[in-house]
Design a protein around this ligand. Structure first.
Ligand code: 5GP
Length: 191
């Protein structure tokens, strides 16, 4: 997606060889117009995948996912990054290792928001080692539902997440794929 790549080059900041900061348009400040275009891209790609619901992980996946859900006219669910305060019987829960914070958290989904007839599109802001996406997949599959695909705004292709998900048979569609990060360096995968 050209406008997204242009924006990453203009405003993205590589903190080191592995972490990209995009606080001005995705993770802190949010460029709603750009997020709407992100939603259009995901809709165009996934509209024939039989999606019934769109899931994301709080909090930075919410903006692009809302924009996709509006344009696909589908319900959206935000997976919570905290252990449930209600009865454990009412939720699906799984432990995920956070790439950016280097800690574990409990990803939680209320049983109210999924059925075994759902085909779920999972959207997130970044794909690194694939831990967050795999956690979301575990929750969907524990409910007996199906994963329709995974939509990623920024994929760091030099980390193992994409390959891991593809090896397990999931379809990954990323709008910007980064090949290399470093001080003052942001390089995209040639496509
Ligand atoms: P994974 O679970 O694939 O290892 O990492 C994905 C999650 O970590 C995303 O939900 C995102 O919030 C965060 N993340 C991973 N890499 C980056 C990065 O380079 N920049 C930012 N801002 N977040 C990242």
């Amino acid at each position: 997606m050209k406008s997204l790549k242009d924006r990453i080059l203009k405003d993205g900041m590589a903190l080191n060889e592995t972490v990209l900061k995009v606080d001005s348009f995705l993770n802190h400040g949010v460029d709603a117009q750009l997020m709407y275009e992100v939603g259009t891209e995901f809709k165009n790609y996934f509209m024939d995948h039989g999606v019934t619901k769109i899931f994301t992980i709080e909090s930075s996946g919410i903006a692009p996912t809302v924009m996709t859900a509006i344009q696909m006219d589908l319900p959206m669910v935000t997976l919570k990054k905290q252990a449930s305060k209600v009865l454990k019987d009412d939720v699906y829960q799984t432990t995920v290792h956070s790439f950016t914070k280097a800690t574990d958290y409990e990803l939680t989904l209320s049983k109210k928001y999924i059925s075994n007839e759902d085909k779920v599109l999972i959207i997130d802001d970044f794909l690194a080692n694939g831990e967050a996406a795999l956690g979301a997949i575990r929750l969907v599959e524990e409910a007996g539902a199906q994963v329709a695909g995974i939509g990623i705004v920024i994929e760091k292709s030099f980390q193992p997440g994409r390959q891991l998900l593809m090896d397990k048979g999931y379809e990954v569609y990323s709008l910007a794929r980064i090949n290399k990060l470093g001080k003052g360096i942001i390089e995209f995968v040639e496509e």
